[in-house]
Design a protein around this ligand. Structure first.
Ligand code: FAD
Length: 286
């Protein structure tokens, strides 16, 4: 099964992000969604990891099953804050032994209640080192075009991001709505001597309230005119069309500007993703 860096080096990639199902029924729905999205021939998919390991087993099982059953590689997200070295070693050894070839190495967030972090890790770069020590997994990392919200400054965040990308194989961004933010980050990384590929993450705003909440947590700007158009649209097909239109325009700018692929935050739904992919041609731009 392919290393994602190899795929990105070969052609602009298409990838989808899912969260692990909480119930048997949600698991069936996710499999049905993936059956539909598989027809779009994604290069890879990724499965999120609940902060502090709350979805450790479901993320693991979902990814291992996908790697065994599907034509594309599946990549687990893995956060290190709150974990011990022994826990991380067990998990990555298991991935390596279970046919998984890629991992998205993340810090994760410290506990929201302010309690001390009981684990051995603080930053994602420490997780990269732990994964490299034990395995030959291909390693992706998170990038924040608008600066990570816990950063002291944009300049420092870029320096840490460049170090992290140099130690890893590729990046995937948090979602954002202004292509200029992405290109500015890529240019600033290049000025620091870092040219690892960073795939932009795009989310169709189907639910402006929940996407707005995520955006606030991540320090992502939400364009008032888009939020207005989505709120004005009738729930259902009309709203999906507005969200798809906005996402497609953003993707067009990203691909025309040379982005090395497209990562779509699917929220485990297929409709908007299909409509976006029908309107773009990854090889030509749009
Ligand atoms: P880091 O790279 O460690 O950075 C965190 C902060 O520390 C930044 O401000 C950075 O500038 C600073 N920093 C980094 N290194 C140093 C250093 N050496 N010294 C001082 N400061 C430093 N969260 C989940 O819980 N589960 C998921 O599945 C998940 N998936 C994600 C997928 C993507 C594509 C993205 C973009 C984010 C995802 N997140 C997920 C969120 C992520 O875990 C949080 O945003 C977390 O707060 C930061 O993770 P990171 O890996 O970017 O951390």
């Amino acid at each position: 099964m392919a290393s994602i860096r190899g795929l990105i080096d070969d052609h602009p990639t298409l990838s989808f992000e899912f969260f692990p199902p909480k119930t048997e029924l949600a698991g069936e729905k996710l499999r049905a969604t993936i059956d539909v999205l598989e027809k779009l021939e994604p290069d890879f998919v990724s499965v999120t990891y609940g902060a502090g390991g709350t979805t450790r087993d479901t993320t693991r099982d979902t990814v291992v099953d996908l790697c065994a059953d599907r034509r594309f590689p599946a990549m687990p997200h893995l956060t290190c804050v709150g974990h011990s070295y022994a826990e991380i070693h067990d998990l990555v050894d298991d991935y390596q032994a279970s046919g998984v070839h890629n991992v998205l190495a993340l810090a994760g967030d410290p506990p929201a209640d302010g309690s001390p972090n009981p684990g051995d890790f603080r930053y994602a770069i420490e997780l990269i080192e732990a994964v490299r020590e034990r395995t030959d997994l291909c390693i992706g990392v998170a990038a924040f075009p608008e600066t990570h919200p816990r950063s002291e400054s944009r300049q420092l965040d870029l320096r840490y991001l460049a170090e992290k990308l140099d130690a890893a194989d590729f990046g995937i961004t948090q979602f954002f709505f202004d292509a200029d933010d992405y290109f500015r980050m890529v240019d600033d990384l290049a000025a620091l001597g870092c040219d690892a590929p960073v795939v932009p993450g795009v989310i169709p705003v189907l639910n402006p309230v929940s996407v707005g909440r995520f955006a606030a947590m991540n320090g992502t700007g939400t364009p008032a005119d888009l939020w207005q158009r989505i709120s004005d649209a009738k729930e259902g097909d009309e709203r999906v069309e507005v969200a798809v239109d906005a996402a497609t325009q953003l993707v067009g700018r990203l691909l025309e500007g040379g982005a090395p692929g497209l990562h779509i935050y699917t929220l485990n739904q297929s409709d908007a993703v299909i409509r976006i992919c029908e309107r773009i041609d990854l090889r030509r731009g749009i």
